[in-house]
Design a protein around this ligand. Structure first.
Ligand code: HEM
Length: 435
């Protein structure tokens, strides 16, 4: 058991996870204030928590910080409410709808890529965030999407930056204090609420949303009792979807561009694939995703090294056994893609960026939960297929025209493990024409 870890965890949670994993291996137990926490690093134990014995675990207090922002949306709710909401929301992201969303993704990516000029210096992390927010805005709010994205951008940034380590229990403890950052958080959250609420009210009145997600959710009825969701619930789901879909993908892409800028060989293979698949220089479409297999491997390898969801947390509602130890009811259980993805048992030379490790023949035989950037089981990412498609299409659309050079080749961008794993001060690159 480790003690006195709280200051270290708050200062540098990733270093803490790496250190504890290196020292204790598959299971570690420590205290965070009054809370008992178990870090489970063995893929079998991760599978037990997420899949086999998922009913022994809830999100509960482990997400009390995030709940301040998401309310009781899909990511943070539990039990019957969660099951019902998942039934209502999931159809909006069904595979059959993805074709339509692919068009939004590539149109906006091509638009943004065409605003850059050879030799420009840009923050590629900021650019990816702007792009994925616009895409999410359009998909969720249709014609209102651009206006919504513009209005909430600042508030989203403020709210997420103030969430700190949102997946741990103490984040909500200061909530009632009249501190400046609590006030700023509340103001940002009020802006988000107001903007989203306005669209919902307008849609209720005019019902002209076409196929956007707000309209689908307004119309969604539970098959068991015919009920629709309340405005409050709808707001929570929309804010959850906004953040769950835009910040994660933006950060996955930001780190991918960073890695490609550092690895000329991988960048060359990526460009070769894109040029072959999109031979005439056309913008990619959903039909190309399956052929862009190296592009997908690059993204997979990037999310191995920089998993946007770097920590997954639960509370045990029953005693559970892991590696011969009892995890008592009431304990927190944390699973860390960050720690497991860098384990040399599953990924030889784990620090090395090597997209080829994702070739099917090399992955065969690896335990399922040695790689889990999207979690798994009944609480697994609802947008996984959407995210892979968006990642591949955006990489291909942008890399078709540009390559990026890091302004600072020598140092690693500082990482900020907040709600997602982001580069703290962005990633500055110089835009260069391909060939
Ligand atoms: C690279 C992009 C993404 C990553 C790495 C990611 C990761 C994750 C992870 C790890 C979870 C599970 C959290 C847990 O078990 O506690 C999750 C849940 C979720 N994600 Fe994603 N996600 C991504 C993109 C998206 C997108 C594009 C959407 C929406 C279209 C989305 C919607 C959701 C929702 C609604 C949940 C909650 C599911 C539930 O509990 O029923 N995510 N995501």
């Amino acid at each position: 058991m480790l003690l006195g870890s709280l200051p270290e965890i708050r200062r540098d949670p990733l270093a803490f996870l790496s250190r504890v994993t290196a020292k204790y291996g598959d299971i570690a137990h420590f205290k965070l204030g009054p809370f008992h926490v178990f870090l489970l690093n063995h893929p079998d134990d991760i599978e037990h928590v997420l899949v086999t014995h998922h009913q022994r675990f809830i999100k509960g207090r482990s997400l009390s910080g995030a709940r301040r922002l998401f309310g009781n949306g899909l990511l943070t709710s539990d039990g019957a409410l969660h099951a019902r909401q998942r039934r209502l929301v999931q159809p909006a992201f069904h595979r059959t709808r993805l074709d339509e969303y692919a068009g939004v993704m590539t149109t906006l990516a091509a638009e943004q890529r065409d605003t850059w000029r050879e030799g420009d210096t840009i923050d590629i992390a900021g650019e990816m965030s702007r792009l994925t927010l616009r895409i999410t805005g359009r998909i969720l709010f249709g014609a209102d999407g651009d206006a919504v994205a513009a209005k909430i951008r600042g508030a989203l940034e403020t709210a997420t930056s103030l969430l700190e380590v949102a997946v741990l229990p103490f984040a909500a403890l200061t909530d009632r204090l009249p501190l400046p950052h609590v006030r700023r958080f509340r103001a940002a959250r009020a802006t988000l609420d107001r903007v989203v609420q306005d669209v919902v009210e307008r849609r209720r009145r005019d019902r002209h949303g076409g196929g956007d997600v707000v309209s689908l959710l307004l119309a969604a009825q539970d098959e068991t009792d015919g009920e629709r969701m309340s405005d409050g619930q709808l707001r929570d789901e929309l804010i959850t979807l906004l953040l769950a879909s835009h910040e994660t993908t933006a950060n996955a892409l930001a780190w991918t561009w960073f890695l490609l800028a550092r690895h000329a060989d991988a960048a060359a293979s990526l460009h070769a694939e894109i040029d072959t698949v999109l031979a005439t220089g056309r913008v990619p479409g959903v039909g190309d995703v399956a052929d862009l297999s190296f592009t997908r491997m690059v993204l997979a390898e990037s999310m191995r090294l920089y998993p946007p969801a770097w920590l997954v947390a639960r509370v045990a509602v029953e005693d559970h056994e892991a590696r011969g130890y009892i995890v008592p009811k009431g304990s927190f259980v944390v699973l860390s893609p960050w720690a497991v993805h860098r384990n040399a048992t599953y990924f030889p030379e784990p620090e090395r960026f090597e997209p080829d490790r994702w070739r099917t023949e090399r992955r065969n035989g690896h335990p399922r939960f040695s790689y889990f950037p999207f979690g798994g089981g009944s609480r697994g990412c609802m947008g996984e297929a959407f995210a892979w498609m968006e990642g591949v299409l955006l990489l291909a659309t942008i890399a078709q025209r540009w390559r990026f050079r890091l302004l600072d080749e020598s140092s690693h961008p500082e990482m900020q493990p907040g709600l997602t794993l982001m580069p703290k001060s962005g990633i500055r690159v110089r835009v260069g024409q391909r060939s």
